[in-house]
Design a protein around this ligand. Structure first.
Ligand SMILES: [Zn+2]
Length: 410
C-alpha cells in the first residue's frame, strides 16, 4: 500500500501483532505490531467484521466438497478486543493468538492489495457466502483456501511428527500466499472450459500467491531491515524474500529467487515447479526497479547495478564489497528505493492482472499485459527492464519457439 496510507493507519487503524514469517527463523522470533485499516471498535469479538469471521474449531477435519462452510461444530470462544477496540494485547503463547494473527494477516493483505488495485476486491464466492470463514487450526499437515473458507493446519517436524507449536496460522507469509489464491479467483477467475485451461494457468496461480505474499511481506519493518542489513542492499544475493512459505531455514517449498528458464520446464506440469520462471522473472523486475531507483537517487553508480544482475560466483564477492561501502552511510536511501519499488511493482502487477484472461493463459500474454500496464502507469519507464527480465527467462521469445509450443498443447 502507499507509504502515505500506511503512515495514516498507525494513527487511525486497529492494532494487532503477527509473525511476518516462520517464528523459528532467526530474526523473526518476536511478533510485529501491525495496523488494520478499520477504526478501533469496528472489529468485533472473533475477530470478525463485514468481510470475514474467525471460528477456532475443535478437532476439525479439512473441508472437502460437499463438506463446506458454514462450520457448525464445537469451537473455542471468540477473542474479545480490549476496551479501546485493539487486539495486540493477546499473549503470543495463548491459543487466541492464532485467531487474531490469522485474521490480521488476511485483513492486512486485503488492505494492501485493495490499495494497489484501487478498488475493493469482492469474494469470488459471494453468490453463496457474504463472508470468508477463517479456521486457524485444523487436523491436517497443510493449508488451503477454497469456496467460502480458508483454513490451516500444522507443519511437519519430520516424517513422523507434527509441529503443534508452530501452526501455519501464525505465519503471515503462508497465510498471504493462500489468500493470494482467493484474490486471484476473483481478479482473473476460472477458465471457461477445460480446453482453455493451460498448464501455465496453474503455474501462474502459484506465482500469483508468491508475489502477493512477497509484496505484502515488504510492509514489515523487520523484514525490510533484516533484508537490507543482510544483503547490504544487494537484493540479487540470497535473501529473506526468496524464502516465501519456507518451513525452516534449510527447506524451501517455493522460491522466487531462482534461475529457472522455460527450457528447464519442458517436462514439468506440477504447478509449483512450473511457477518458477514467471515468479523468478517478476522478482527480477521488482529488484531491477529498486536498483533503477538507487541509480536515479544517486545512491549507487549505474555500472554496479548492471554487474549485480546475474553475477557469477567469481564476481559476487567484489560486488558485495562495493554494495557494503555504499550501504554503510545510506541505509535510509536504500530503504526509500525499496519502498518506492515495492509500491510501483504492486500497482504494476494489479493492473497487469486486471488485464489478464483465465482462458488460454500463457506467461507471455501476462508479460504483454505487464508492458501495457507499465505504459499506462509511467509511459513505459520500465518496459526495457520487463522485456529483458522475461526474455532471459525465455518467456517472451517462447511465443515463436516451436519446441515450447509443442509442449504447451500437451
Ligand atoms: Zn499455493
Amino acid at each position: 500500500m502507499s507509504q502515505e496510507l500506511d503512515t495514516k493507519l498507525s494513527e487511525t487503524g486497529t492494532r494487532f501483532r503477527v509473525y511476518p514469517q516462520n517464528k523459528n527463523l532467526k530474526g523473526f522470533n518476536e511478533p510485529e505490531l501491525i495496523y488494520i485499516n478499520s477504526k478501533p471498535g469496528t472489529i468485533k469479538a472473533g475477530p470478525q467484521d463485514d468481510r470475514m469471521y474467525v471460528i477456532d474449531a475443535k478437532n476439525k477435519n479439512p473441508y472437502d466438497h460437499p463438506y463446506l462452510p458454514p462450520y457448525s461444530g464445537q469451537h473455542y470462544p471468540n477473542v474479545e478486543p480490549d476496551s479501546e477496540g485493539h487486539f495486540d494485547y493477546i499473549d503470543p503463547k495463548d491459543r487466541a493468538f492464532g485467531s487474531t494473527s490469522m485474521y490480521a494477516s488476511i485483513r492486512r493483505v486485503l488492505d494492501i492489495w485493495e490499495d494497489y488495485f484501487g478498488k475493493a476486491i469482492p469474494w469470488f464466492f459471494r453468490a453463496h457466502y457474504s463472508r470468508l470463514e477463517i479456521i486457524p487450526r485444523i487436523v491436517w499437515n497443510n493449508a488451503h483456501a477454497g469456496y467460502g473458507f480458508i483454513e490451516f493446519g500444522f507443519p511437519r517436524k519430520n516424517h513422523l511428527s507434527t509441529d503443534f507449536e508452530n501452526p501455519y496460522c501464525e505465519n503471515f507469509d503462508v497465510v498471504a500466499h493462500e489468500l493470494g489464491h482467493i484474490i486471484k479467483y476473483e481478479v482473473i477467475g476460472f477458465p471457461d472450459s477445460e480446453e482453455s485451461e493451460t498448464y501455465e494457468y496453474g503455474g501462474h496461480h502459484e506465482a500469483f500467491g508468491d508475489l502477493i505474499s512477497i509484496v505484502s511481506l515488504l510492509h514489515f519493518d523487520s523484514v525490510l531491515n533484516h533484508l537490507l542489513d543482510n544483503t547490504k542492499g544487494n537484493l540479487f544475493s540470497i535473501n529473506e524474500l526468496s524464502r516465501v512459505g519456507e518451513l525452516n531455514e534449510s527447506e524451501s517449498i517455493r522460491s522466487v529467487f531462482n534461475d529457472m528458464k522455460m527450457s528447464d520446464m519442458l517436462d514439468v506440469t506440477e504447478e509449483h515447479d512450473l511457477s518458477l520462471p514467471f515468479s523468478g522473472g517478476a522478482f527480477d523486475v521488482l529488484v531491477e526497479i529498486y536498483e533503477h531507483n538507487l541509480i536515479e537517487q544517486g545512491t549507487i553508480p549505474e555500472n554496479l547495478a548492471k554487474r549485480s544482475y546475474h553475477a557469477d560466483e567469481v564476481e559476487l564477492p567484489g560486488i558485495e564489497e562495493e554494495f557494503k561501502q555504499h550501504f554503510k552511510d545510506k541505509k535510509e536511501e536504500f530503504k526509500t528505493a525499496l519502498l518506492d519499488a515495492r509500491d510501483y511493482f504492486g500497482k504494476l502487477m494489479a493492473l497487469t492482472w486486471d488485464k489478464t484472461s483465465p482462458n488460454n493463459l500463457y506467461y507471455s500474454k501476462v508479460v504483454t499485459n505487464m508492458i501495457d500496464a507499465d505504459m499506462e502507469l509511467s509511459n513505459g519507464k520500465y518496459s526495457k527492464i520487463i522485456r529483458d527480465c522475461f526474455e532471459w527467462r525465455e518467456i517472451i521469445k517462447s511465443i515463436d519457439n516451436n519446441l515450447l509450443r509443442t509442449w504447451r498443447v500437451n
